[in-house]
Design a protein around this ligand. Structure first.
Ligand code: FPP
Length: 245
C-alpha cells in the first residue's frame, strides 16, 4: 500500500518505501520502574506518556496505521492491582485524548476480544471508536485483550457462524474474519526492552513483517528512536519469500 503523505510528513515518496502500518510491542515498563526503585505501575504510567508521544510523532510523520500492544490475553495473569491500573490508564487515555484525536483527525480502533474486557472499558472504546470513525488521519489500533491465536480462533468461530458463499476459500477470504480486515498487514513491528519474541502479537498479519528490536525500555523510547527504526526499515529489502528482483 502506498504511504499516505501528510503536510507534516518527514518522508517523501521519492525516498523509497515507507511503512504504512507499524506495530509496537511496548515492553519493559515493569523493569523500567523496578530499576528505579519504583512500583511496576509507575512504569505503566510513564509508558502511557511515551505512547502519547509516539502517537503524535506517527501522526506527524504521515504513518497510516499504528497498532499498540496494550494488553494481551495473557496479561490477565498479572496481579489484580496491576491489571486494574492498566485498565484505568486505558480509560483515562481515551477520555483525556479525545480532543487531541479530533484535532489531529486520528481514528481509534480496537483489536482483541471486547467481550472479555470490563464493561466500562469496552464501552469507552466503543464510544471513542464511533466518535473518530470518519477521521482520515492516522489510525491507532489499540490491541487490548488481544492475542494472535485468540484472534484466529475467534475468526474461525465467526466463519463457522457465517461461512463464505461459494468460490475458492483463500487466505484473502479468511482475512475477512479477522478483527480489522481492511487494515493492511504491518510493514514493521518494533519491540522494546530487547526481547526477541513475538509474544502472540499479530500472528496472521505479521507473516512477512520486518522486526526491529530496541534495547530501550518502553518509557525511554523516543520519537527519534521511531524515526531510526523507520530509516532502518527503509534500508531493508523485502522479498516475501521470492528472490531479489
Ligand atoms: C509491557 O511491559 C507493558 C504492558 C503490558 C502494558 C502497556 C501499557 C501501557 C504502555 C500504558 C497504556 C497505553 C495506552 C496506549 C493506553 P511489562 O510490564 O511487561 O514490562 P516488564 O517486561 O519489564 O515487566
Amino acid at each position: 500500500m502506498p504511504a499516505k503523505q501528510t503536510a507534516g510528513s518527514k518522508f517523501s515518496p521519492e525516498e523509497g518505501r515507507f511503512p504504512a502500518h507499524i506495530g509496537v510491542i511496548m515492553d519493559g515498563n515493569g523493569r523500567w520502574a523496578v530499576r528505579r526503585g519504583r512500583v511496576r505501575t509507575q512504569g505503566h504510567l510513564e509508558g502511557l506518556k511515551t505512547a502519547k508521544k509516539i502517537v503524535k510523532a506517527a501522526s506527524d510523520m504521515g504513518i497510516s496505521y499504528l497498532t499498540l500492544y496494550v494488553f494481551s490475553t495473557e496479561n490477565w495473569k498479572r496481579t489484580a492491582e496491576e491489571v486494574g491500573f492498566i485498565m484505568g490508564l486505558v480509560k483515562q487515555y481515551l477520555s483525556a485524548e479525545l480532543d487531541f484525536f479530533r484535532q489531529n483527525r486520528i481514528r481509534i480502533r480496537h483489536a482483541g476480544d471486547a467481550r472479555g474486557l470490563p464493561p466500562e472499558i469496552a464501552g469507552e472504546i466503543r464510544a471513542v471508536c464511533d466518535d473518530t470513525r470518519d477521521f482520515a488521519g492516522l489510525q491507532v489500533i489499540l490491541a487490548l485483550n488481544y492475542g494472535g491465536r485468540d484472534e484466529i480462533i475467534r475468526g474461525i468461530k465467526r466463519l463457522l457462524e457465517a461461512p463464505p458463499s461459494g468460490g475458492e476459500f483463500t487466505e484473502a477470504s479468511f482475512r475477512q474474519y479477522l478483527d480489522n480486515p481492511d487494515v493492511p498487514d504491518p510493514d514493521l513491528i518494533i519491540r522494546t526492552a530487547g526481547e526477541m519474541r513475538i509474544s502472540n502479537f499479530l500472528l496472521w498479519e505479521g507473516a512477512y513483517t520486518e522486526y526491529w528490536v530496541s534495547e530501550k525500555m518502553w518509557p525511554d523510547f523516543t520519537e527519534d528512536d521511531l524515526a531510526a527504526a523507520i530509516e532502518r526499515f527503509r534500508g531493508r529489502e523485502r522479498r516475501y519469500g521470492g528472490v531479489q528482483g
